[in-house]
Design a protein around this ligand. Sequence first.
Ligand code: SOE
Length: 398
Amino acid sequence: MSTKENELRVGMVGYAFMGAAHSQAWRTVNRVYDLPARARMALICGRDSAKVAEAADRLGWQEHTTDWRELVNRPDIDVVDICTPGDSHAEIALAALAAGKHVLCEKPLANTVAEAREMAAAAATARAGGARSMCGFNYRRVPAVALMRQLVADGRLGEIRHVRATYLQDWIVDPQFPLVWRLRKEVSGSGALGDIGAHIIDLTQYVTGQLISGVSAVTETFVKERPLPAESSGLAAQADGAGAATGPVTVDDAAIFVARLDGGALATYEATRFATGRKNALRVEINGSLGSVAFDLERLNELEFLDATRPAAEQGFNRILVTEAEHPYLSAWWPPGHIIGYEHSFTHQMRDFIEAVATGVDPSPSFDEALQVQLVLDAVTRSAELGSSWAEVEPSLA
Ligand code: SOE
């Protein structure tokens, strides 16, 4: 904390969907949680000066700029929060770490393994000087997901045998949906695989404590050419009108793979933007020798738990309503039974980040952990390119 005692001055780069989600969390976190430091929304950065000025006003940032280099080098900024597309993560994070800032970077960490390795190495160097870094896999911070992890860690599931994870969306089923940045490899690194597949990879590894060691994968790009967008916008983009010029889709629309986990479990993963009717359907089921758990993001205040040690007559999946003070993250929120939503996962993420930074502890997922997810993405891509042949996940310490 370089400025006022117990204050972390945040500079955020990006103001679209993730920028708005992070702003909401920075605004809320100290109002809900009693933390050793207070986050100040000091400076927001974006390419378009009129739009970033409007975003600063709407989202609650004190100042705005169009120059991210100014942001990372300003002595009064303690934390750099990166909410841009993947093609700028590495450059901004490396500059911020070199300037001694704490860094929070959206997922996936980078567009390539080489970039992710460089970022993890820079994070290790910066750590020696007291700068902390974390990657924003926000779904870890859904209370029901954290509870799943606790149940596994407490041995309630016994030996983990199966992991079944799907993340299904449908926002590009229409072939007229334009060629937004998420569909261009040079900007996003990959398609459904890195955007939503990365979430279920991180989530399942976090919950089970086991890492994916190898995969066999298929990927597909169903719609290979799309109209160019009116402007390079996000999920709600419009095409540039009838007869618009088109361009090639250079990422996967869907990625499906089987995997082995290093603790002995077998796993299946499916990430797609073509699951017609499924909007943001992240589901995970884990089966162990003593029980099973199932989570569905569309019912995020619930967790299904089967305890196979109970008498046969009482067997069956129980619905735990994850809304109680005894559950992770929830004692600071509402009275018993009052539900929370998507945005709370980001508030919880900021809570853990602030606490770690203020107490000099490494937050998780670290850049090392995010590099490991990147190595899984890479193995999936290699396997798919080689007709689904088995691909080992490279070790992070290569
Ligand atoms: C778009 O697919 C997206 O917004 C992802 O980028 C997010 O990480 C995910 O949380 C929701 O879907």
